[in-house]
Structures are given as C-alpha cells and as structure tokens.
Design a protein around this ligand. Structure first.
Ligand code: PGA
Length: 255
C-alpha cells in the first residue's frame, strides 16, 4: 500500500502574509482528504512562519533545496541540520530548476541525498528529461543516468524512506502536461530500476510522484496510473482550492 503524497513546491513565491494564509488555508482543510499525505515546501525564509501557521494539522513541512554540509562558510546556503532543526521532515533535491538554472549535477544531488539521510530528512529526489532529449528518444537513458547518479551509494534501507519525483522539464510551468502514457511509462521504468537495483519489496514501497503542470482537471487521470503515487505541484499548489482538489483526485490510499 502506498499512501498518495501530494507535495506543494511554492518555489520563490509568496510573502510573509500570503505564505501564512496559504498554510492556514491548507491546514484548515487537511482533514477533507483522509488517506492522503500532504506536504508543503515554502521558500526557506518562510519555513518557520509556515510551520507555525500549520500548527498541529496533518501537513508536512519540507525544504526546496539545501547544501550538503552541516555548517560552515557557505554563504547563502541552508544546511540539512537547519531544516531538521526548524521541524522540516522532507527536502526536495535535484529539482529541474536546481539542475538547469543553478547547474546542479547528479554528483551534487547525490551528496545532498546522502546528507539528507544523515540528518534524518526524507529526500524527494527529482529526475526528468529536457524536451530535446525526449525528442531524440533519450528519455529512458537520461532518467536512468539521473537515477544512478543521484542515488549512488544509497542503501535499500535508505531508499525505502525516500521519495522519487519524475518531472519532465518541458512540462514544468508550461501548461503542457505529459500524457498519462508518457508519465506512466517513465514511472514504471523507475519502479523497474528500483527492483533491479534493490528488490521488489523496496520497489513496492517507494512512492514516485509526477510533477509538471498538474492541475485539478488532469490530476485524476495521472494519479489513477498504477505507478504514479502522488504529485509534486508548483503553480497549482499556491491556491488552497486547487491543492486540495488535486489531493482529493488522488483518491486516498492506493494498492
Ligand atoms: P508546475 O511545477 O506544477 O508549476 O508545472 C512543478 C514543479 O516544478 O515541481
């Protein structure tokens, strides 16, 4: 049984007022979606504010990124220990904007993934191909390379606690969602890689989220696929109604 995970990646959006409002709005309605795990990932500047606004509602808190070192002379960065210290349980790693705007490599993401485990954080490790890679028929190879690179040295015990996210770069923030067939094909391949590299039990446990233009009107179809276990949502996670509608479309616990 994999409980659907609906994660909101607020990116570099909101201000202190709207972040608190959004968090309070989601917290107030979290009970409407039993059997669904909700997670919000606000900008780091608002993590504590959002934590407080969520109160004791069943909504998790995550970072959008972090550096792999614990502390030191790394101006502008936040550490895994800091995220854990302020009460975050999860952290998004290797998001396509980190890879393509900030130049993060699979090796960087691997260090961060290891550091997240060491700090007791749950990494949400993102993979996804560029449009030209898809058009060149390289999708499976790119995903495989990112999977191998980001998860190098990760044990079966560790991966069992992690989450993967498939986010085709061409579908992020573009309104151009992957078809259910395109998404399910990659998700099934990721599940196969988990089986090959670890074992069937681990592969059956790890949730694989889809991300890229998920909206209330396409969520049901995507989340109805056997290997799609939740969503990583950008734009639509900034509206309480849309976020909850997507969570509700996940239909609760899946087999
Ligand atoms: P989007 O972003 O839902 O706005 O396409 C998804 C993501 O980047 O996680």
């Amino acid at each position: 049984m994999r409980t659907p995970l609906i994660a909101g990646n607020w990116k570099m959006n909101t201000d202190s007022t709207s972040a608190a409002e959004l968090a309070r709005g989601i917290a107030a309605r979290a009970a409407e979606v039993p059997g669904v795990e909700l997670l919000v990932c606000p900008p780091s500047a608002y993590l504590t504010l959002v934590r407080d606004a969520l109160g004791d509602a069943a909504v998790g808190l995550g970072g959008q990124n972090m550096y792999h070192e614990t502390s030191g002379a790394f101006t502008g960065e936040i550490s895994p220990a800091m995220l854990a210290d302020i009460g975050a349980q999860s952290v998004i790693l290797g998001h396509s904007e980190r890879r393509h705007v900030f130049g993060e490599t699979d090796a960087d993401i691997n260090k961060k993934t290891q550091a997240a485990f060491a700090a007791g954080l749950r990494p949400i490790v993102c993979v996804g191909e560029l449009l030209e890679e898809r058009q060149a028929g390289q999708t499976a190879a790119v995903i495989r390379r990112q999977f191998e690179g980001a998860l190098a040295g990760v044990s079966a015990e560790q991966i069992a606690t992690a989450v993967l996210a498939y986010e085709p770069v061409w579908a992020i923030g573009t309104g151009q969602v992957a078809t259910t067939e395109q998404a399910e094909e990659v998700h099934a391949d990721l599940r196969k890689q988990l089986t090959e590299r670890y074992n069937a039990e681990v592969a059956a446990t790890v949730r694989i989220l889809y991300g890229g233009s998920v909206k209330p009107d396409n969520a049901g179809q995507l989340l109805g696929q056997p290997n799609i276990d939740g969503a990583l949502i950008g734009g639509a996670s900034l509206k309480v109604d849309d976020f909850l509608a997507i969570a509700s479309a996940s239909g609760g616990v899946t087999a």
